[in-house]
Ligand binder design. Sequence first.
Ligand SMILES: [Zn+2]
Length: 171
Amino acid sequence: MKYQKRIGVNRKSISGLKSDDEVGDELTEQNVNDINITPSIVCSNCGALYANGEWTWNALPNDHIKGVCPSCKRIEDHDPAASVIIKGTYFAGHKDEINHLVKNISKSELSDHPLERLMDIKDGASETEFTTTGIHLARRIGYALQLAYDGELRSVQSDNDHIIVYWEKDL
Ligand SMILES: [Zn+2]
């Protein structure tokens, strides 16, 4: 699934929380996943729920354990997954409008995907950078900017898997 995110939790260790009677000696790890006995995880910071292999805003089941979602972890660590960098002279004259567009897209993305969040806006002299916790949001912002205002869009992947989406337009 395109939007599905994996959490860095060892499934075997989660399975280990269940007693042997519940898991059954004959079950392989694959079977364990199939019958979905992995406890759900709730982010104690934002309330996102990890269940059935993905993070959602679904209602919390009675049986869950507390944790921190990858998105809150990135915000806490100041470790964005992606950036959108806006260059060119067009931005200065359309700042409010573009900021509004970016925030609207972020809001709509977050309502479906807890791991896709806008982190910071760094307004520099020659460029403005929006950092995000997910790469999909950065890409979506880039496409939306190009769709709304044309300009030049490109993206690069740095050594540490950080995606940078550049959108550039001059007056
Ligand atoms: Zn969270």
